[in-house]
Design a binder for this molecule. Structure first.
Ligand code: CA
Length: 243
């Protein structure tokens, strides 16, 4: 599924799976060419991956953090992630709660389809710092920040090993990937990605230590993230190739 095709298919998908696709809670004020928040849980891994766009309007607001997570009832109960699957792990947001000032949108981020089991130190350290950097970009006037946040499974030495946890056999990602593409005045100006191992980071680690070309994130996820018809695609490809 190419992201560029999602807006056209949106109405249909929204009827079929009510919680997986969310456009915006305030369509009359938040104007974007892309859905503000899309939850796309992977039926095989039972972890979320999430896409959307941020700007001054989406981050603005006074939403309060929810104290609990919701199950995604569009997923069959037999393998639907619940609280029990996360014992011993942080429930790591794909799209960060703090990226959405609107209460309804922020509440949607507290859905297990927007989550992956994360190492506590990674989530609260490097992960939180990367989320803050992305929010800062969204706060810059005139910028649209397209994002893709996904769990990743990256092999080592020709072998892929990962944990499976909880009663619903949640696949624990080996890594987490964040990618953003920034559009300013209608032009793509910057692409950036971070790929972070899902383990406690070494002391003194900084987000810059984990910077990668967006192409690397796309390669390991097997998806072309920012292939939007309204942007100069050659320029997007050039930006995605640099670290
Ligand atoms: Ca791309």
């Amino acid at each position: 599924m190419k992201l560029a095709t999602i807006p056209a298919a949106l109405a249909l998908v929204a009827v079929a799976v009510s919680l997986r696709v969310i456009t915006t809670a305030e369509p009359e004020t938040v104007e974007t060419r892309h859905p503000v928040l899309i939850l796309a849980p992977d039926d095989r891994s039972r972890c979320g991956e999430t896409y959307g766009v941020l700007n001054l309007e989406t981050v603005r607001g006074s939403a309060k953090r929810r104290g609990y997570w919701n199950q995604d009832r569009s997923i069959p109960a037999a393998w639907r992630p619940t609280k029990d699957d996360y014992r011993g792990w942080d429930t790591g947001h794909c799209a960060a709660a703090a990226w959405f000032g609107n209460q309804q949108l922020q509440d949607v981020t507290f859905t297990y389809s927007n989550a992956m089991p994360e190492n506590l130190a990674m989530n609260r350290g490097i992960g939180a710092q990367i989320e803050a950097l992305i929010r800062e970009e969204a706060e810059a006037p005139g910028q649209q920040v397209y994002f893709a946040v996904t769990p990743l499974w990256i092999p080592e030495g020709g072998e892929l090993r990962f944990r499976v946890v909880g009663p619903h056999a949640l696949w624990v990602p080996t890594h987490k990937g964040w990618s953003i593409l920034i559009e300013k005045d209608g032009k793509p100006v910057l692409a950036r990605a971070w790929i972070v191992p899902n383990v406690a980071p070494p002391k003194g680690a900084k987000p810059d230590d984990y910077r990668r070309p967006v192409n690397d994130h796309e390669y390991w996820r097997g998806r072309d993230f920012f292939d939007f018809a309204w942007l100069d695609r050659e320029q997007v490809e050039r930006l995605e190739a640099v670290r």
